[in-house]
Design a protein around this ligand. Structure first.
Ligand code: GLU
Length: 314
């Protein structure tokens, strides 16, 4: 059998200007595949029509180019792709996989609103996540039930552990029924869930390595479960510490001080790459470097599996 070419992806949501946390993920995902001669895909995750804007996707591409991070496939032009690389244009593909998933049972219609769920269930403290209490869940494992229109559709999850190894955080064991409960595949307004879209896209785009923030460690287990049901390729995972500001809060697209707008005024691409390399443990000090220098020094084992990296250089 031939050697598997590493294929990674960066999958930002175009809901605002990128910040240092997005760049940290982009650089490390790029280094990880490029250090092994692989390919890197840029996928625009614009599933949420209310929050996503094409202008933000254009800015993202421009910010990536400014840093020298070139993608081999995807982006707004869909370079090298047989189908569009923007999730908003891939609804027909998600529909096919949704039908495959629901034709074998495993899913049911749910009428609960967020307010209903809040009334019976305190959100998980650290991330505001709600564990679905099973209000609409049928008493036995659903077999292909007719799904009502205008309702959300949930995936039935069994009371079993999903195990996988993360390249940074090590062995993971997640019981989905305890950590999130049955989760949504299609929202009541017809929007596809992030979990379904990511699994389908990663598999169809030939991705085999997912690098992203550790806020998505639980999502990896949800995505592995969907891949198994659909008999799609499972990914290898590398989750990264979340980049946080001085007060320890995770960066969001609303924080302006570490946004690409501010970073590009303050630093050259080499200065910013030096800071990213230093945050990843690849450099002893945050001195300016080129991307090819980082590529020479790249070693995944230098990234420590902690929850956050506090940045205080602004
Ligand atoms: N679109 C997600 C985000 O911007 C990333 C999802 C992923 O990498 O799987 O946070």
């Amino acid at each position: 059998m031939g050697e598997v070419v590493p294929v990674g992806r960066f999958a930002p949501s175009p809901t605002g200007r990128m910040h240092l946390g997005n760049i940290f993920t982009a650089v490390l995902s790029w280094l990880s595949v490029k250090s092994r001669g692989g390919r890197w895909i840029l996928r625009i995750e614009d599933l949420d029509p209310q929050r996503s804007r094409r202008e933000w996707a254009e800015r993202m591409e421009e910010d990536l180019r400014w840093l020298g991070l070139d993608w081999d496939e995807g982006g707004l032009q869909g370079i090298g792709m047989s189908a569009p690389c923007m999730q908003s244009l891939r609804g027909d593909i998600y529909e096919q996989y949704f039908k495959r998933l629901t034709a074998t049972g495993n899913a049911y219609s749910c009428r609960c609103t967020r307010a209903d769920l809040m009334a019976v269930n305190a959100p998980h403290q650290s991330d505001g996540r709600l564990i679905y209490p099973g209000t609409c869940r049928p008493p036995t494992i659903p077999s292909a039930e007719p799904l009502s229109r205008g309702c959300a559709v949930r995936l039935y999850v069994p009371d079993e552990d999903i195990c996988y190894t993360d390249a940074v955080f090590g062995a993971q064991r997640v019981n989905l029924s305890q950590e999130c409960g049955d989760f949504i595949l299609r929202r009541a307004d017809g929007a596809w869930s992030y979990q379904l879209a990511v699994v389908v896209d990663d598999a169809l785009m030939g991705v085999n390595e997912v690098v992203r923030g550790c806020d998505l460690l639980l999502s990896a287990a949800q995505q592995i479960y969907i891949s198994r049901l659909l008999d799609l390729r499972e990914q290898s995972y590398m989750h990264l510490p979340l980049v946080s500001n001085r007060s320890g809060q995770r960066l969001s697209k609303r924080d302006s001080s570490l946004s690409m707008e501010a970073l590009r005024i303050r630093f050259t691409p080499e200065e910013l790459l030096g800071r990213v390399g230093w945050m990843a443990g690849l450099l002893a000090s945050p001195r300016p470097v080129t991307l090819s220098h980082l590529l020479e020094r790249y070693a995944p084992g230098r990234i420590v599996g902690r929850e956050k990296i506090i940045v205080d250089f602004m």
